[in-house]
Design a protein around this ligand. Sequence first.
Ligand SMILES: Cc1cc2nc3c(=O)[nH]c(=O)nc-3n(C[C@H](O)[C@H](O)[C@H](O)COP(=O)(O)OP(=O)(O)OC[C@H]3O[C@@H](n4cnc5c(N)ncnc54)[C@H](O)[C@@H]3O)c2cc1C
Ligand SMILES: NC(=O)C1=CC=CN([C@@H]2O[C@H](COP(=O)(O)OP(=O)(O)OC[C@H]3O[C@@H](n4cnc5c(N)ncnc54)[C@H](O)[C@@H]3O)[C@@H](O)[C@H]2O)C1
Length: 330
Amino acid sequence: MTTLLPIAIIGTGIAGLSAAQALHAAGHPVQLFDKSRGSGGRMSSKRSDAGALDLGAQYFTARDRRFVDVVQQWQARGWVAEWTPSLYNFNNGQLTASPDEQVRWVGSPRMSAITRAMLGALPVNFSCRITEVFRGEQHWHLQDADGNSHGPFSHVIVATPAPQASPLLSSVPKLAGAAASVPMDPTWAVALAFPTALETRVEGCFVQDSPLDWLARNRSKPGRDTQLDTWVLHATSQWTKQHLDMPKEAVTEHLLGAFAELIGCAVPAPALSLAHRWLYARPASAHQWGVLADSDLGIYACGDWCLSGRVEGAWLSGQEAARRLLEHLQ
Ligand SMILES: Cc1cc2nc3c(=O)[nH]c(=O)nc-3n(C[C@H](O)[C@H](O)[C@H](O)COP(=O)(O)OP(=O)(O)OC[C@H]3O[C@@H](n4cnc5c(N)ncnc54)[C@H](O)[C@@H]3O)c2cc1C
Ligand SMILES: NC(=O)C1=CC=CN([C@@H]2O[C@H](COP(=O)(O)OP(=O)(O)OC[C@H]3O[C@@H](n4cnc5c(N)ncnc54)[C@H](O)[C@@H]3O)[C@@H](O)[C@H]2O)C1
């Protein structure tokens, strides 16, 4: 009996976990790595005294049939629930109701619940930043920031944002170059918690002509802690780029000011506020690559930047990485 070497997967965001699940289901051992303390990447949620706050992805839509099907399975298992916010649009200084028919999904009881459930019992090394990916005579090996080596692995899947993927792909310059050609824009996120509910019907708002791009009433999402009235504000990429190194307190003050100007009701001092900077929030442009691959060498790169820059694109890209790898084994 031959023992299969594991497949290394760097990144436990939804792309990496999508690939991991598909490979595991096909009978291949996987070993995951993430520099963070937990899974989720840009779908992670921050624990706070006001409950868990979704600072990254706010909700997701499902348009591709394959993703629609998997989201239905997640719903049946209780990992996701439909979010039906009272939606608004802010444009030209006017706040107007903007209802639509779009189905929007969130992790339940927090966004990070999805990747946590997908990870299940798969083997993972957290707090492990991979700094180098190299191929020996036959197999792949990884080096981490603490000087530890990991391997051998039969294949490697790099499932990180493009700027972080590029150096990990340096053994295949063509792939490294493609990843390096995808700039990713940053987003400042601010969470606020008010002891008494703000007197507004707004639960989600698309914003134009403001430092803000989007705001959401976090506690209006299913399963959330409702003791405090919690909100998440996202700045535009443009404002974030102009204020990339601004101290968190000043970012909070600015975005709270913009929020108070547009929300149309009294905004008291929040009982809790926190700011988070997403350096690689979204690809500056969309691609239709699906996955980057050198199948002969056994190295793949996937993530939202290979497709739509959304949760759905990231999941589909992970599926594509697994599909291409399995196809090459046949
Ligand atoms: C503020 C914000 C709002 C968003 N809103 C939405 C939305 O409403 N709807 C939507 O569909 N999408 C939204 N998105 C986009 C969505 O979150 C992403 O498309 C998706 O989560 C990307 O998944 P991924 O697996 O490709 O990457 P990521 O989630 O970024 O996962 C990559 C993982 O790799 C790890 N990693 C990186 N480098 C290394 C390394 N060297 N070694 C080990 N681990 C490493 C990271 O820690 C991370 O866990 C939003 C994103 C942000 C930031
Ligand atoms: N801030 C960041 O860093 C982000 C990174 C990646 C994605 N981000 C936002 O995620 C949503 C996801 O897009 P989607 O899945 O296509 O959702 P959508 O609800 O269909 O919205 C797309 C886009 O359309 C406009 N819009 C949709 N519904 C309404 C409405 N009822 N009223 C007004 N406008 C509407 C709006 O411009 C939406 O952006 C998406 O918002 C990304 O920006 C953030």
